[in-house]
Design a binder for this molecule. Structure first.
Ligand SMILES: [Zn+2]
Length: 325
């Protein structure tokens, strides 16, 4: 896990395949399953911690896909049986969109009355229109508390929103890293976490979410990206993992299991530049934090990291005007 960012990330890029004549359904199924797992975990973390996040938004748990984001739009359109470019990509488990009668790969015509296909897009590998469609959903939710999704069947489904920490979770077709980008967490299709137990994978995502929700980018921008500063933010992200997991209904100790599984194999290479502690030190710090979180959960039933998490980096005092439920 690192804080590098790539300008070349496209949603489900690997689907493009080198064989432009036939996107293999097995690849499609695999990538959609990966994406579904990521969205399910992301939803639990973002929804479960909304009470404590600074930046909160309404969300339905519905994610769309745009055929133009693929390398071979015609092929994928054909495989999915679509006439147009937009379809349901995923419906997060436990979200308002679940149980609304929507299905993955169902064709979508419009969001909040706006036709999506008419928006300009490059012929292929254009991820921006998909992001624009998600933005349209977010804006409608902000305005009305609900959003109308018009399907190719002519049916319109009205989805209500619920508060989540303002973050999107995107699967990148390539790469074995997970990266936090402020309001977006990008996970490469080869990230080892996909092979872990769900709660251990959730711990890895929680680490990245911690960078965003503790606003580390802002702090590093203000104070400089010295190795010792990055190390401080990495320690905080590690220690926040069990808090975020607990509020999402996962076992907070999964953070420790994750580090013990992941650490020994990823304790070197590019990340061993004094920016991260050794994995055994990281595991020790996490174990201590799991104890704290377990006590808080036993006492109050939630892990209020907004008020009780010990910060290592100096921050401005929290905005007291925000209403905390
Ligand atoms: Zn990190």
């Amino acid at each position: 896990m690192g804080r590098i960012s790539s300008p070349f990330i496209f949603f489900i890029l690997a689907l493009t395949a080198s064989n432009a004549h036939a996107a293999p359904p097995a690849t499609l199924i695999h990538q959609q399953a990966q994406n579904q797992t990521l969205q399910d975990i992301g939803w639990r973390l973002a929804q479960g911690n909304a009470r404590f996040c600074n930046k909160v938004q309404q969300s339905t748990g519905l994610q769309l896909q745009d055929m133009r984001s693929y390398k071979a739009p015609d092929t994928v359109r054909q495989v999915l049986g679509l006439n147009g470019d937009f379809a349901v990509a995923s419906i997060a488990r436990g979200s308002p969109a679940q149980g609304a009668g929507l299905m993955t790969n169902q064709e979508v015509l419009a969001v909040a009355g706006q036709r999506l296909d008419v928006w300009p897009a490059a012929k292929q590998l254009d991820w921006k229109r998909q992001a624009r469609a998600q933005d349209a959903i977010d804006r409608a939710l902000e305005r009305n508390g609900s959003v109308a999704i018009t399907l190719a069947t002519g049916q319109t489904v009205e989805l209500r929103g619920t508060p989540i920490c303002a973050t999107r979770f995107d699967l990148a077709g390539k790469g074995d890293h997970a990266v936090a980008e402020g309001r977006r967490i990008i996970v490469g299709a080869d990230f080892p976490g996909f092979g872990y137990l769900e709660d251990e994978f959730a711990a890895a995502i929680a680490h990245e979410a911690a960078h965003d929700w503790l606003d580390h980018q802002t702090w590093l921008n203000a104070h400089g990206r010295k190795q010792k500063h990055i190390r401080l933010t990495e320690r905080e992200a590690d220690r926040l993992m069990p808090w975020l997991l607990a509020n999402a209904g996962y076992d907070p100790a999964a953070a420790l299991r994750f580090m013990k599984r992941w650490g020994p194999h990823h304790d070197g290479g590019v990340f061993r530049k004094r920016t991260h502690d050794g994995w055994d030190e990281r595991a020790q710090a996490i174990a201590e934090e799991v104890e704290i979180v377990s006590k808080r959960m036993a006492a109050s039933g939630s892990a209020d990291w907004r008020n009780f998490f010990r910060r290592d980096v100096a921050i401005a005092p929290p905005d007291q005007s925000r209403v905390v439920e």
